[in-house]
Design a protein around this ligand. Structure first.
Ligand code: ADP
Ligand code: MG
Length: 451
C-alpha cells in the first residue's frame, strides 16, 4: 500500500519535479490519520516541504480521499551507510531549480474575456518594467493569479536573466521578517527585499489584513523599490479598496499603478483551459469530456485541475482512455468532498473567514459599509457598530483583547471600554442592542453550514 501510494504520487507530479527532488521519497508510515513521507536528507526534506509540501498534501488527500496529515521526515542514515561515508561528505544536493513553477507560463495561460486584461498587463509589465507600478491583480481564489505571477518570473528568467526577480507570498514575507526580528538582523531582511531585487512579485497580500507591523514594513519595502524604479506586482483576492484594515497609506500606494481583475471564466474559456491542462500532462481529453468538465466543475480552476489529474490517474490505473463516464464519477466524488469541505480547511483559514463574516454581518445589521468600521468616523451608528463588533470578537469568537485591538486598529483601552459598554447596555436591558446582537448571532449560525 505504501509503495502504491508513492507510485501514484509520482504519476501526479511533473517529471522534472520528481527527478530533481523526490527520487528519495519513501512512505515511512501510513495509517488513517497520517502519512509520514521520508526524504533523503535534511536539506532535501526542508526544500521539498517548503516548495512542494502543500501540493504533495493535496495530492495525497486526493489520492486517498481522506484528509490525512502529511509529515515530512529526513530518512535516518543507517549504520552501514554512515560507515560507508567515512571520508568526504556526500553532497546530495539536488539541482538548483528556479523558484518558478515551469508549468505556469504565459504560453500555458488560456485567455478569455474574464482574464485577458490581467494577462496583457502582466506581459506589459515584463516588457516595460516601471510603466505601470505597481500592477495590482485581484480575483477570487483559483482564477489564475499565482499562475500569472509565475509566468512573469519564467518570462523574465528566459528573456532577461540578469534581472533579479523575487516571488514571495505575503505570509512568507511576514515569516522572513519575523525571523529577521528574532535574529536581530533586519539589515539582512531589508537587503534581501530592497536592494537585491529588480522585480518583486507579492502573492496573496490579503494575508496581511490586521497585521499592522508587517504592513508597515511592506510599505517601506514598497517605497524603497518604487523610488529606485523597480517593478512591483501584487496579487490579492480583493480590491485595494476592500483591504479594509490595511493602512490607508499602503492602500493608496496600491492604487497608484494599474489595477486589473480576473473574473470567473465563462464556459468556453473553461473548456479551453481544460484542454490546455490536459495537454500539459499529455492526457487525451475528448471534446465531450472537456465540455462536461467545463459545465460541471466549479469556477475555481484548481478544482478543474484536480479533476483532470484524477482522470489521468484513473486512466493510468485502468489502462483505458478517459471517457464521459469516468468524468462523471470524478465530478460526483468531488461534489461529495465539497460537502465535507470543513475538514479540509486549515483552522487559520477558517478563522479568517469567520472574522470576515462577522464584520460583514455587523456592518449589514447597522446598515453601514464595511469600510466605515475601519474609518475614524465618530458617527453614532458607526461607533456603536464598532463596539458591538469588539464585543462579538470577545464573547463569540473568544479573541484576545490584544488581537481585537490589532484587527480593529484601535488601542487597547478603547477596546476594553467598548466591550464594557455593550455589556452594560445588555445588563440595563437595552432592547435595540440585544436584538441586533441576536440577529447577528443567528445569521452567523446560519452561515456555519457554509463556513
Ligand atoms: P489563484 O492564485 O488565483 O488562486 P492559480 O494561479 O493557483 O489561482 O490557478 C489555479 C490553477 O488553475 C492553476 O493550476 C493554474 O495553472 C490554472 N489556471 C488558472 N487560470 C488559467 C488559465 N487562464 N489558463 C490555464 N490554466 C489556468
Ligand atoms: Mg494564488
Amino acid at each position: 500500500e505504501k509503495h502504491e501510494l508513492i507510485e501514484k504520487l509520482r504519476s501526479n507530479m511533473s517529471r522534472d519535479t520528481w527527478n530533481n527532488w523526490l527520487t528519495t521519497a519513501q512512505i515511512l508510515e501510513l495509517d488513517d490519520k497520517k502519512v509520514v513521507v521520508g526524504l533523503g536528507n535534511l536539506f532535501i526534506k526542508e526544500a521539498v516541504e517548503k516548495r512542494f509540501g502543500s501540493i504533495i498534501k493535496e495530492t495525497i488527500n486526493n489520492i486517498t480521499g481522506k484528509p490525512l496529515e502529511v509529515i515530512f521526515k529526513e530518512i535516518p542514515i543507517s549504520k552501514e551507510q554512515k560507515n560507508a561515508v567515512n571520508g568526504p561528505i556526500i553532497k546530495n544536493r539536488p539541482l538548483k531549480l528556479s523558484e518558478f513553477n515551469p508549468e505556469f507560463t504565459f504560453d500555458s495561460f488560456v485567455t478569455g474575456n474574464s482574464n485577458r486584461i490581467a494577462y496583457y498587463s502582466a506581459l506589459e509589465v515584463c516588457k516595460n518594467p516601471g510603466k505601470y507600478n505597481p500592477l495590482f491583480i485581484y480575483g477570487d481564489v483559483g482564477l489564475g493569479k499565482t499562475h500569472l505571477l509565475h509566468a512573469i518570473g519564467n518570462f523574465l528568467m528566459e528573456n532577461a536573466p540578469d534581472l533579479k526577480v523575487k516571488y514571495v507570498t505575503a505570509e512568507d514575507f511576514m515569516n522572513q521578517m519575523m525571523d529577521g526580528i528574532r535574529a536581530s538582523d533586519m539589515e539582512n531582511f531589508r537587503e534581501r527585499f530592497r536592494r537585491n531585487v529588480d522585480f518583486l512579485l507579492i502573492d496573496d497580500v490579503q494575508f496581511l489584513i490586521g497585521k499592522n507591523t508587517v504592513q508597515s514594513e511592506l510599505f517601506h519595502t514598497f517605497n524603497s523599490l518604487f523610488n529606485s524604479r523597480k517593478q512591483i506586482v501584487i496579487c490579492s483576492d480583493r480590491t485595494p479598496d476592500e483591504l479594509a484594515t490595511f493602512h490607508p497609506r499602503l492602500i493608496s500606494r496600491f492604487e497608484m499603478g494599474l489595477i486589473t481583475d480576473i473574473q470567473a471564466p465563462d464556459k468556453a474559456t473553461k473548456y479551453l483551459i481544460a484542454k490546455k491542462m490536459a495537454q500539459m500532462i499529455s492526457l487525451q481529453l475528448t471534446d465531450d469530456v472537456a465540455y462536461y468538465l467545463a459545465e460541471h466543475v466549479d469556477k475555481n480552476l484548481r478544482k478543474l485541475r484536480g479533476a483532470i489529474m484524477n482522470l489521468l490517474l484513473q486512466s493510468q490505473i485502468s489502462g483505458a482512455p478517459v471517457n464521459i463516464e469516468s468524468a462523471k464519477t470524478i465530478v460526483n466524488s468531488m461534489m461529495r468532498m465539497n460537502a465535507n469541505k470543513v475538514r479540509f480547511q486549515s483552522p487559520e483559514v477558517l478563522e479568517t473567514v469567520k472574522i470576515d463574516t462577522v464584520i460583514d454581518l455587523v456592518a449589514a445589521e447597522f446598515n453601514i459599509n464595511r469600510k466605515d468600521i475601519f474609518s475614524s468616523s465618530r458617527k453614532k451608528e458607526i461607533a456603536l457598530a464598532r463596539q458591538v463588533l469588539a464585543y462579538l470578537f470577545k464573547t463569540t469568537m473568544k479573541l484576545k483583547t490584544k488581537d481585537i485591538s490589532e484587527k480593529l486598529d484601535k488601542n487597547h483601552s478603547t477596546i476594553i471600554h467598548s466591550i464594557k459598554k455593550i455589556e452594560h447596555s445588555l445588563l440595563m436591558g437595552n432592547e435595540m442592542i440585544k436584538n441586533k446582537i441576536n440577529n447577528i448571532k443567528n445569521k452567523l449560525e446560519d452561515e456555519k453550514g457554509i463556513l
